[in-house]
Design a protein around this ligand. Sequence first.
Ligand SMILES: [Zn+2]
Length: 261
Amino acid sequence: MALGKATAVVIGSFPLGESDRVVTFFSRERGKIRGVAKAARRMRSRFSGALELLTVGHLVFFDGGRSDLVQVDHFDVIHPFDRVRDDLERLGQAAWMAECVGRLTGDRDPNPAVYGLLLRGLKSLELGIAPRRVAVVFGLRCIEALGHRLRIDACVLCGRRRPADRGPVPVDVEGGGTVCAGCAAGADLLHLDAGSLATLRRLRGLSWEEATGSRLGRAGRELRELLERQVGGLIGQPTRTSRFVREIERFSPILGGEERQ
Ligand SMILES: [Zn+2]
């Protein structure tokens, strides 16, 4: 059995058998790693709370090489991000970010850029930046880092450059970008406000701090929906966390993303 080490974030877990837990980590060095944490659900587990969602730590594991699952030996907490877990709205958006990483990346396929983005996102949420805005900035960059950047300067079907527009713009999310009026005729497409597309373009040119520091207004909600649709299309179903996020927003309209500054 080979001994492995990595710096990793807990991005998911589920119970296994009587007392074990299967934990999904996203690590800087090795990408996604899934492992069994033996007896993690016992009262006196040696992991004692370290394996909570979003916790960052030093992971030590044994890799038998015969299964996709490694055996988790240690997980020493570097940063628990408990301030993110303690707030429902932050937790909802953070769980969505973790799900995006978990479902859009393959096992043991390192992507340091995506790891860095996830950590930045969690830090911004911890600092109290509007959760939906953090999720939008994270989602746009994560999707681009994984090679799924939407084309918004021209029609993805005929290649004609998109004129400066007002009002709603048809977007073929699965097709990869905006569509001209001629090609959109009769198709059931998402429509995005021209202002939201302008915001998307602007966000691409900003640093992380500038992007998370600028108000998105109405575009925030539209871009968040666009991202959910894009991620859902890539994984073949809606994300599990999207419903959770919608419920939270429905019950806390005053807290809803942009309103809380
Ligand atoms: Zn066209």
